[in-house]
Write a new protein. Sequence first.
Length: 277
Amino acid sequence: MDDTNTVQDTDLQDTIPDESLEQTIDIDGLCDDGVTPNAEDGKQENIATDAEKITAQNSVSEKEEKQEPFISVQYNHKNRDFTKEEAVNFIQKGMHTENLRNKLEYAATLSGVDINALVDEIVYAPENNHRRYLENMYGKGSEEVEIGMKIYREKQSEEYKKIIKERESNIEEKNRETEIKSVNSRLADEYMMLKNQMPDAPEYSKLPDSVIIEAAGGKRDLYSAYLCYLHKEKIKTDAEIKRQKTAKDASAGTMKSDVGDNISSSERGFLSGLWGK
């Protein structure tokens, strides 16, 4: 019989968690994803995750229901209620723009206008300049001027949206880079803990992708993710060894049956002793 594909226990010593670890760690509990087979459709439902989602949703709903206005403010002859979180957010924005308002107040005072008039002058200056340009070309009050202004406003609006979109994209990219740096820093710390607990663990670059992905996503820390990976590999290996043993035993049983059909009683007695039957 060809044994080239036979799984050997001795080949797995470097990948199976030490028995002492399994004695001190509830490995089954650690690696339990809360997945239970569904007998009706054969699919698997993550009961633990669903329960957590429901609990979280209920908690959020209850929190939103219980939130009462923290302060009421009148603006433009209308009262508006704010929660404490909303109030803090607006106060922070106000503090951020306070320095800008002081500068506008200074410029408006020297120009002899109020802040709103100064801002309008800044905002509409390009549009007013373009209108004067068209009026010099086609005459004041002409239809061509209004058509030209409509085209100008549409073009400016598209340019504004483009700039805002690029700005938001840059912010998202920076946030993504910050998040990646944070995750990499956390994984580096967790790898140090892994090596401290398991000195024979492979280099970080040689860890299975599934382990890195699981740890990066925050499902488990790197040490726990690697332990679960080894545990699952051990289960698969044990199952393969059992399968091969069953196949080998079945093959031996077939050989005994085939030989038994054409042997004498003395030969049968010899083989019975050999096989212990």
